[in-house]
Design a protein around this ligand. Structure first.
Ligand SMILES: Nc1ncnc2c1ncn2[C@@H]1O[C@H](COP(=O)(O)OP(=O)(O)OP(=O)(O)O)[C@@H](O)[C@H]1O
Ligand SMILES: [Mg+2]
Length: 264
């Protein structure tokens, strides 16, 4: 079981996310692909965790299963102690909308809605009161308080991703998942977005799980989990970018050696 040490911010051992022996198999019976092959982890509330691994190692699948967007073939996922498996689809959707935030690589904003409307949308979907002030507050926090009525197309990539962060935070979710949130951004915008994500953890006690390919991005996290071939193969606490880069190089070599050995 991979976890991590606690920081000042983490709420006395409360567990925000737990995966127990999660397997996810795609494809047909005669050609199955095990995207996740028995992943277990436990993340405390208020932690910021980066997930790294070679392309195809199962990072996005891990996030999708943890966020209840995909159901595991085997194993269990718990968010804030509540099982994400076994209940009805309606109940799960309701739970997901109120307790889970998701940030995508390509922002996924609705192009015909303004910045403010994009951010209030999750409240609408969750059937909550449209708290305009909460939405304006969170947009202020990400530095877009003066862009409320703009359309996404009128914003830079970095600004669009900041709207997406505001949208993920507005429901005050238990866990926010981000799949390569800086993958489509230039270096400066990426640093801004990472700073904001880090701040949401430090100041607001948000729990954050972020997939990234960038060792510098991973170094913003409190710990890094490494995946290879659908399995958890390592863990690094308080990572520096150099340590992460070195680990990734070794990981790629190990995976290559194993594939040659196993003839895959
Ligand atoms: N919907 C799907 N149907 C079939 N196979 C899938 C599906 N989604 C993922 N896979 C397979 O599962 C494995 C893991 O994919 P996943 O997208 O989780 O990798 P990743 O680590 O996020 O890669 P990348 O860094 O390229 O985004 C891959 O072999 C992929 O081809
Ligand atoms: Mg991916």
């Amino acid at each position: 079981m991979f976890g991590r040490g606690t920081t000042d911010n983490e709420v006395d051992g409360a567990e925000a996310l737990r995966l127990e022996s999660v397997r996810k198999v795609y494809g047909s019976d005669d050609n199955p692909v095990a995207a996740l092959n028995g992943v277990s982890l436990s993340l405390p509330a208020g932690s910021f965790t980066a997930v790294m691994g070679p392309s195809g190692s199962g990072k996005s699948t891990l996030l999708q299963c943890a966020a209840g967007l995909e159901s595991p073939t085997e194993g269990q996922v718990f968010v804030d102690g509540t099982p994400m498996t076994g209940g009805s689809e309606t109940k799960l959707t309701k739970f997901r909308r109120s307790r889970i935030g998701f940030i995508f690589q390509h922002f996924n904003l609705l192009p015909t809605l303004t910045v403010l409307q994009n951010v209030t949308l999750p409240l609408r979907l969750a059937g909550k009161k449209i708290d305009r002030r909460a939405a304006v507050d969170v947009l202020g926090r990400v530095g877009l308080g003066n862009r409320l009525d703009h359309l996404p197309s009128q914003l830079s990539g970095g600004q669009q991703q900041r709207v997406a962060i505001a949208r993920a935070l507005v429901t005050q979710p238990r866990v926010v998942f981000a799949d390569e949130p800086t993958g489509a951004l230039d270096t400066k915008s990426a640093r801004d977005v990472l700073g904001l994500l880090q701040e949401s953890v430090r100041l607001y006690g948000q729990t954050l799980v972020m997939v990234t390919h960038d060792p510098v991005a991973a170094s913003y996290a409190g710990s890094v989990l490494f995946l290879a071939d659908g399995q958890m193969v390592g863990h690094l606490a308080n990572p520096t970018a150099a340590q992460v880069a070195e680990r990734m190089t070794h990981l790629a070599e190990e995976v290559e050696r194993r594939r040659v050995r196993e003839g895959v």
